[in-house]
Write a protein that binds this ligand. Sequence first.
Ligand code: NAD
Ligand code: GLY
Length: 352
Amino acid sequence: MDTVKIDCSRPYEVLVGTGLLDTAGEHIVRTTGCQTAAVVADDTVDALYGDRVQASLERAGCRVVRFRFPHGEQSKTIATYVQLLHFLAENRLTRSDAVVALGGGVTGDLAGFAAATFMRGMALVQLPTTLLAAVDSSVGGKTAVDLPQGKNLAGAFHQPSLVLCDCDTLDTLPADVFRDGCAEVIKYGVLCDAQFFESLQKPVNEQREAVISRCVRIKSDIVSRDERDKRERQLLNLGHTIGHAIEQCSGFTVSHGQAVAIGMAHVARAAFRRGLCKRDCPGRIEEMLRLYGLPVSTSLEPEMLAQAALSDKKRTGKQITLVIPEEIGRCVLYPLPVSEIAELIREGVEAL
Ligand code: NAD
Ligand code: GLY
């Protein structure tokens, strides 16, 4: 088992290992001191792992109540959030109890936002069960639900008290959901670790614990320097500006991981054409993404993508900040006037 310490306004640990669901109760009670735990999970994950987490918490002397919701992004809404708040109130949770988010990023974001706001904030424990949640969403304290006008528009920063990543849970993950997480893993290599990037020639699934630990350490370093996403943390958006536009313009038929993969490859090609990145960088990114069965281009119109990109949260006034790879392992923030976004997207369309 590996322990990664997250050094932020409220420091906490991320434990990465196997068999952790069965010892989750003792870790959670020791860390939070809770008497009641509200375990939040979608229907799929609840059926797979809910009973084990409940049993573990009860062995540790904790009362358990369970909130279950239909799986999928369509549940990450104000309506589900309000249902969860009512559930916490009806079950008489207090500020000294804990919300336990058991699942992927949807569960973590939804349960996290409820924990951030119920009684002005209570303890949150993240038990990620997707690769994406393990390497990204369970760490760093961003919580949110979607509004009809856009993703993650209502949310709060609320750091968890503890993250327990049981890699065994990835055994039941559908292949396409695992592949989506691999796009985020590749992103960390492109961002700041060329050696780690190369190590991904060996399949992530054969080195899950090491890969998750490395990604969490990279995220931990970034979050400790910029917890509130004012500057350096924005690097984690590599591939996401164009990626979000692709998700939106495809009517969400292109998954998040696929869209991020295309976004990374696209921005790298554009960066090369602008003389901002090394010759071999776009090709190496594409090669790695293809190795994981991820796409590297889209047939969606650049003008339409540009319009969608401009509605992104990362836009500030007349400027939008993109993340540009200079070489594998080094990326920079690249502020761009909004009037130039369509041109940059066009520059990334053609293969090199
Ligand atoms: P998800 O939570 O919807 O999980 C994907 C699917 O996998 C679901 O159908 C779920 O039921 C199923 N599943 C989860 N674990 C499983 C398991 N172990 N076995 C079998 N099935 C399992 O989606 P996700 O990809 O984990 O997360 C996407 C969400 O994360 C988005 O809403 C995104 O906005 C958010 N996100 C948040 C952050 C952050 O920093 N807070 C970062 C990245 C993404
Ligand atoms: N997933 C991006 C962030 O945590 O900042």
